[in-house]
Design a protein around this ligand. Structure first.
Ligand SMILES: Cc1cc2nc3c(=O)[nH]c(=O)nc-3n(C[C@H](O)[C@H](O)[C@H](O)COP(=O)(O)OP(=O)(O)OC[C@H]3O[C@@H](n4cnc5c(N)ncnc54)[C@H](O)[C@@H]3O)c2cc1C
Length: 479
């Protein structure tokens, strides 16, 4: 048997079910393929920094596969519609008789996969699909009534029970080296012109060596204090593994196993306990929750609010406010620092994602879909499930979301989580000379002093805009 292994958001050789399955079954060598889909990526709002990262990860994957005696073919088609014929052509060219891939969960991706399956089966080839995007397969964590969970805490409880019933997560066997290489690897292309923009290989080196190295160093130095440091954006208190997880460069199962091990070789994750590893496991389960939700409620991929009643909110169409938020010049330092961190690095600290998202959807009363799209277009870790989940949580339109009347005060958030203003100073240098509370709320300084700083006054009054948002939500909730 000669399998064709189709890589997508699983750009690694370790703990990869499709790769392991294919290489162990192969009897005549295996071939791998990656499809570049620029128009589709643009329609899915992939950020330039993400495309750059992904292609560097594909190049690193190609080297790894080469050591396993597997050539990586690269084909390019504009959109998903072209994928099935392109893959069938590669399979024919190399005399493959089966296709192996790991499932993707989003609606368009799943539709594309069904078309590919039909095309291969019509050509008489077998198709083997594996679960890899989550720790437990979507549909395996359901209520007693067989329904999808829409609230996080009971989901987590059942997740842990299911995990234990299954005896934990087993790592995939290492892929088998192929005796004879079939075909030659293609050169991984440069980033398509449509994605010219931010590139940060210094922050986001490509490939699984870099990703696994980051996991190791987090386990050595970060995980034990994660529960104390994870909300402080000035510290390197989180793993920064999100781009590696989104593109499948590091396996989420591997992360869970290592975190359970870091917790003193406990056989089970116990997310309620206040320890670094347990708190980190809790975040991995949030990721899991949002991914399962995407399968249970495919309309989440289609831009509707989870709580449909909130689609009736009369959002503001103030394009100047939207532009000020995007460009980090709202006059609210923590929000501006966050948006500038995103623009400069392609990443934003989780606490700041929540603050920036709540400011847009509540204080500016701008539709969460504007923010969701903007984040996607700039994040190196852009992930439909987590991004949509995070935005709908912040906008109070989602499942198990922040209640609409609990609006973050960005200045208090900043005083709590960036008390000495280190994070603000890093990204908003205009404010570097301010100290005390002034760095969090420069609008409290006398006008004469403010004029010399070159930093704008807040574009909205925090209290009045908060009251307006609560009223807008209350009106819809009452209706
Ligand atoms: C408005 C908003 C938008 C977001 N958009 C994305 C996105 O596009 N892609 C993305 O990966 N995450 C997103 N998140 C979740 C979270 O902010 C990032 O996963 C996290 O900041 C990544 O940093 P880290 O790798 O250091 O995380 P760590 O704190 O080290 O956590 C480890 C991993 O757990 C997962 N995780 C952590 N927190 C969350 C969370 N709240 N929800 C879901 N998964 C989580 C991530 O995979 C992360 O890499 C968003 C959150 C909000 C509030």
């Amino acid at each position: 048997m000669r399998p064709l292994i189709w890589f997508r958001s699983d750009l690694r050789v370790h703990d990869n079910p499709a790769l392991s399955g294919a290489t162990h079954e192969a009897t005549r060598g295996a071939v791998a393929v990656f499809v570049v889909c620029p128009r589709q990526w643009a329609e899915h709002d992939w950020a330039p920094v993400r495309v750059d990262f992904v292609l560097r990860c594909v190049a690193a994957l190609s080297e790894r596969l080469d050591r396993l005696g597997i050539a990586l073919r690269i084909v390019a088609v504009p959109r998903f519609e072209g994928v099935a014929p392109a893959l069938c052509a590669v399979a024919r060219e190399h005399g493959c008789d089966a296709l192996f891939f790991n499932r993707e969960l989003e609606v368009n991706e799943a539709r594309r996969d069904r078309a590919v399956r039909r095309a291969f089966e019509a050509d008489g080839l077998a198709v083997h699909a594996f679960d890899d995007a989550t720790m437990l397969p979507p549909g395996s964590v359901l209520t007693n009534e067989g329904k999808w969970y829409t609230v996080y805490t009971p989901f987590r409880r059942r997740f842990v029970e299911t995990y234990l019933e299954r005896g934990g997560l087993r790592a995939e066997p290492a892929p088998r080296r192929q005796a004879a290489r079939v075909g030659e690897s293609d050169v991984v292309p440069q980033r398509p012109g449509a994605f010219d923009g931010l590139s940060r290989p210094d922050l986001w080196p490509g490939g699984e060596d870099a990703g696994l190295g980051r996991l190791e160093s987090f386990l050595e130095t970060g995980i034990t204090r994660y529960h104390e440091q994870r909300d402080a954006p000035a510290l390197s208190g989180t793993s920064t593994l999100s781009p590696y997880l989104t593109s499948g460069v590091v396996s989420v199962g591997e992360c869970l196993r290592r975190a359970v091990e870091a917790d003193g070789h406990e056989p089970e994750p116990r997310p309620n306990r206040k320890s670094g590893p347990q708190t980190w496991i809790n975040e991995l389960i949030w990721r899991e929750f949002y991914r399962h939700l995407l399968v249970g409620f495919p309309r989440l991929c289609m831009g509707t609010s989870f709580r449909r009643e909130y689609d009736a909110i009369r959002w503001s169409a103030n394009s100047e406010h939207l532009a000020a938020w995007q460009e980090g010049r709202t006059g609210v330092p923590i929000v501006d620092a966050a948006m500038r961190q995103l623009a400069q690095s392609g990443w934003m600290h989780n606490r700041c994602r929540m603050i920036a998202a709540m400011f847009l959807t509540k204080n500016l009363l701008i539709d969460w879909r504007e923010g969701e799209r903007y984040f996607m277009r700039h994040l190196v870790d852009g992930d439909l499930a987590s991004n949509n989940g995070g935005w709908q949580w912040s906008a109070s339109t989602g499942t198990d979301a922040a209640p609409y009347f609990r609006v973050f005060n960005p200045a208090s958030q900043s005083k709590t989580h960036d008390p000495d203003g280190t994070y603000i100073r890093r990204f908003v240098p205009e404010l570097a000379e301010l100290d005390g509370d002034a760095i969090h709320e420069p609008w409290t300084l006398p006008a004469l002093l403010r004029a010399g700083i070159g930093y704008p006054d807040p574009i909205v009054d925090l209290k009045a805009s908060r009251d307006r948002a609560i009223e807008a939500f209350r009106e819809v909730a009452r209706a």
